[in-house]
Design a protein around this ligand. Sequence first.
Ligand code: GLN
Length: 288
Amino acid sequence: MEDQGEVASYIPELAKVDPANFGVHISTIDHRHFGSGNCYDKFSIQSIAKVLALVMAYRIVGDEIWNRVGVEPSGTAFNSLVQLETDRGIPRNPFLNAGAIVVSDILLSKLKNPREDFIAFVRSITNNTSLDYSRRIAQSEKEVGYRNVALCNFIKSFGQINNEPVDVLDFYYDLCSLEMSCQELSGLFLFLANNGCDVKSKNPVLSESQSKRINALMQTCGFYDESGDFAFKVGLPGKSGVGGGIIAVHPDQYAIAVWSPRLNKKGNSYRGMKFLEEFTTRSELSIF
Ligand code: GLN
């Protein structure tokens, strides 16, 4: 399949990844699993972790969370500052960097040991104890995180961040540094295809209505200013990360993860999007 674009280089450690990697893995709610290519190699999931942070915060504070972050597509880049001025520090949605920084602030206020509690939550969803942060990636991002420092301080100037920016950002960089393979990612996100319940244990991670809302947000905001294009071409709720990963969910059927590090101009995996477009077109397995 044709490949284009560039590997993310603004985080120095991400620039070292081999651009030729390509992996895909699908997990279905009736326990079928198929993978191909580098589907067992771990990669940096970056902004895909924003969904997991939102899920954890939503469980803890419920619908109050929507007082701190909006639910509208922004039509802007993932790291944009512009709307925060008119919106007085309330990010348009939780998948922008600004939104995920606010969600990180909420978790920091609510959790006793945020770093440990968050990873324990992620591991507990599918009982996968091998999931972990990468100190190397988090440190690399922190060293050049000027834009996120600006976002966090700007939001705090409107009184919408309660903790110290340095602590909020350390936690945010940890979230973004999570590493997973496509196989692990598709297994982990399967609860969003299963009305919020883990498919094996049947334990609810979210209520049915909360799960619907997370999927709706992924559909409308998961690819920043390319969310419309992803809905148009792929037709699934999904979320991308600058590590080149994409997770997409078909409610009541499956979760699919794809990884290809070269990114298009909007910061989404070029080949990942192309692959998913082909996949849902040929299989006729989109939600539309
Ligand atoms: N950690 C990255 C950042 O804050 C996440 C961006 C992304 O994956 N779109 O810039």
